[in-house]
Write a protein that binds this ligand. Structure first.
Ligand SMILES: [Zn+2]
Ligand SMILES: [Zn+2]
Length: 262
């Protein structure tokens, strides 16, 4: 299965003119994000990913959603909101990963991933924002950076944290690595999947996956692209990322990683 994923990843990248990527097998300590995971009543489960993105993101999201497939979960593309005002807002919907690209402004961030979790550590919705204000203009407009950011943010939406937060060491071959070697950290590595297989090794008495009619009124509503005040409190930061936490009604909470401009 992993070989098939690696092959698919290489073929998809090659098809958009980029170099193939090797999946590394470096072993790291567990790096789940608080054991957060989507609740499922059956295995395998398909997680809808709604894309409201500019066309130049299509190949990167296709590569990334395929690359993150493992035994318990795979992404299923769904039609997104039409490009325009809603894309910038990136509505948070129950049971869905919503991926948006827009010119969110030169506010010092490249991308972000927000997840809503219930009181059982189950993810109930996720939003990814890709900031075209940086990623479509030099020196940030190279394909490897787009790929790294897309892969990193999608990894957060299924409950992964960073496998390595040291910037200056050797790359570990996963996009969940903090790294100065972006080109070597474009996709998941074997250890990412070991962590995911463990976190998703059970089934749950209920599911948090599936599109519902109701938008979750928990996301960023402010005009500020970073939604200061709506993301809650800044609880951790370093030169690469900020982490924000906000308490929500019904014993839920919003957790957000913001990937900063280097
Ligand atoms: Zn569970
Ligand atoms: Zn991160």
């Amino acid at each position: 299965m992993k070989k098939i994923i690696a092959l698919l990843f290489a073929v998809l990248l090659a098809s958009c003119g980029e170099a193939p990527v090797q999946v590394s097998s470096i072993t790291q300590p567990s790096h789940s994000w608080g054991d957060y995971h989507w609740a499922r009543t059956e295995v395998p489960t398909i997680l809808p990913v709604m894309t409201s993105i500019a066309p130049y993101w299509d190949a990167h999201i296709a590569v990334t959603t395929s690359a993150w497939t493992f035994s318990a979960l795979s992404f299923s593309p769904e039609p997104g909101e039409p490009l325009g005002r809603n894309k910038r807002k990136c509505t948070k919907l129950s049971g869905v990963v919503h991926v948006c690209s827009a010119e969110y402004g030169r506010n010092n961030w490249l991308g972000l991933a927000s997840i809503t979790i219930d009181n059982n550590s189950h993810i109930t919705s996720a939003v990814v924002k890709l900031n075209d204000s940086y990623l479509t203009s030099p020196p940030y407009d190279f394909p490897e950076l787009k790929q790294h950011v897309a892969c990193h943010e999608l990894g957060h939406t299924i409950g992964l944290d960073h496998n390595d937060e040291i910037f200056d060491n050797e790359p570990t071959g996963t996009c969940m690595d903090y790294s100065n070697h972006i080109a070597e950290d474009l996709g998941p590595n074997e250890h990412d999947f070991e962590v995911l297989e463990e976190v998703y090794s059970h089934i749950d008495p209920y599911t948090t996956i599936g599109i519902t009619e109701e938008p979750e009124q928990t996301g960023c509503k402010g005009r500020n692209p970073k939604c200061n005040g709506n993301l809650g409190q800044l609880v951790r930061s370093n030169k690469q990322e900020e982490m924000w936490i906000k308490d929500l009604p019904d014993n839920k909470s919003l957790r957000t990683y913001i990937l900063l401009v280097q």
